[in-house]
Design a protein around this ligand. Structure first.
Ligand SMILES: Cc1cc2nc3c(=O)[nH]c(=O)nc-3n(C[C@H](O)[C@H](O)[C@H](O)COP(=O)(O)OP(=O)(O)OC[C@H]3O[C@@H](n4cnc5c(N)ncnc54)[C@H](O)[C@@H]3O)c2cc1C
Length: 395
């Protein structure tokens, strides 16, 4: 899109920021070194660097090395070509392109309240304007439900048997956000450490440079909090409303078979501001309480699914639920991830619009848009695409 002049300035949504892993202690450092050696063998990661030297880490992420002594055992790895993406900005630009260039009608601030079968080939969406309260309907041959935490509640309203047994458990994502510009400017990196044993994968602590509205910011987290809402601006009744006869066995099964996770959540919710600052001090030894504040960044709805043996299972990945004929597809997942959205939408296309992914014309169009689609990615193809994209996106 940058090449075709649809997006004017790549800097509006993507900025180079190196990506690091960082661990403390001998055992973790040995693990990281082995991981580095394994990754370096692969052409996609052959530029990865590794160090156990504090002096090197001082160059990579100086803020985290304040007050460290040479006898502290730690290790880090770095991929220099990492980036920071502002998906909010990219999404706004994509919508504007759809409206202006492709004459697509987009409704904002409009709540989809129900999705009913209409004719044999159409669904009827009932909607309400969030500001004026005005009701409206729309007919659709295809419905894709991508409503974040709100997806489960909408899926439950669609009369398709594939929805049975799905439930959700909301967890808030909280972050420490730096308020001191001097400190923010001292860190230009994404530094991920290791999740605690038994903690869920999305709890990996990281000290993260972010560009928000063009300005560099610094976040540390995530911490889990509890609220029964499924969206940040949702209702306190969301959790209760999501419990139906068909998902009670899965929800109970998950609770019973995931007591360590329940323990993790209770411990997280019980953490005070000082406890959270202590976690940050594992990264930034001299972090001061007055320089940081805690913010709720978003709500995740952890997907619960029917399980033959345990009644229900807790899903950490993304679930694409679809009706047999592919006319309804729904994305469930606690944090499906902005960076996985292209892969997810290609899966949706395959299910909902097989004519696009199976015909010669469709395949050619997709190959133009996604050069790696259904291809074996060789070193030559990878290098060629990487340098092409690096140049176009001015990285
Ligand atoms: C602080 C933070 C950091 C993150 N960092 C990363 C990262 O580094 N990398 C990464 O890949 N991901 C990251 N994520 C996760 C990523 O942001 C989400 O996975 C992604 O935004 C999900 O996109 P989505 O479109 O599925 O849902 P959302 O972005 O939640 O959008 C859903 C939309 O649907 C609307 N909606 C809900 N119900 C209805 C309804 N009934 N009618 C109409 N509209 C409705 C909501 O208002 C919302 O606008 C991060 C998330 C947070 C909070």
């Amino acid at each position: 899109m940058v090449n075709e002049g649809l997006i004017k300035d790549p800097k509006s949504f993507i900025t180079p920021v190196p990506h690091h892993s960082w661990v403390k202690g001998k055992e973790n450092s040995d693990y990281l070194e082995n991981r580095y050696k394994a990754l370096k063998e692969h052409f996609m990661f052959d530029t990865i660097e590794f160090t156990r030297e504090i002096a090197k880490m001082k160059e990579w992420f100086p803020l985290m090395m304040h007050g460290r002594t040479e006898d502290e055992v730690m290790a880090g790895s770095r991929i220099d070509r990492g980036t920071e993406m502002n998906y909010g900005s990219l999404t706004e630009q994509l919508y504007a392109i759809l409206e202006k260039e492709y004459n697509t009608k987009i409704l904002f601030n409009t709540e989809v309240e129900d999705i009913d079968p209409d004719t044999d080939i159409e669904w009827l969406l009932k909607m309400q304007d969030r500001k004026t309260g005005k009701k409206a309907t729309v007919d659709a041959e295809h419905v894709f439900i991508g409503a974040g935490g709100g997806s489960l509640l909408l899926l439950q309203k669609v009369e398709i048997e594939e929805k049975d047994g799905y439930g959700g458990f909301p967890v808030s994502g909280e972050w420490l956000v730096c308020k001191n510009r001097d400190i923010i400017e001292q860190h230009n990196a994404k530094v991920y450490s290791k999740a605690g044993v038994g903690d869920p994968p999305m709890s990996v602590p990281h000290l993260d440079t972010r560009y928000i509205n063009g300005k560099r910011e610094l976040l540390f987290g995530p911490f889990a909090g509890f609220s029964p809402k499924f969206l940040k601006e949702g209702s306190f009744l969301d959790l209760l409303n999501s419990i139906h006869l068909d998902n009670i066995p899965s929800m109970w099964g998950v609770f019973w078979h995931n007591l360590p996770l329940t323990k993790y959540l209770i411990e997280q919710v019980a953490m005070s501001f000082d406890d959270r600052m202590d976690s940050l001090r594992q990264f930034v030894k001299d972090a001061k309480n007055e320089d940081w504040e805690i913010l709720v960044a978003g709500q995740r709805v952890q997907t619960i699914k029917k399980d033959e043996f345990e009644g229900g299972s807790l899903e950490f990945g993304t679930q694409l639920v679809s009706s047999k004929d592919g006319r309804v597809t729904c994305l469930l997942g606690a944090s499906p991830g902005a960076s996985t959205s292209v892969k997810i939408m290609l899966d949706v296309l395959e299910k909902a619009f097989p004519e696009l992914t199976s015909t010669e014309k469709g395949k050619q169009q997709l190959a133009k848009m996604v050069p790696f689609y259904k291809k074996e990615v060789t070193k030559d193809l990878f290098d060629q695409e990487l340098s092409r994209v690096t140049e176009i996106l001015e990285l």
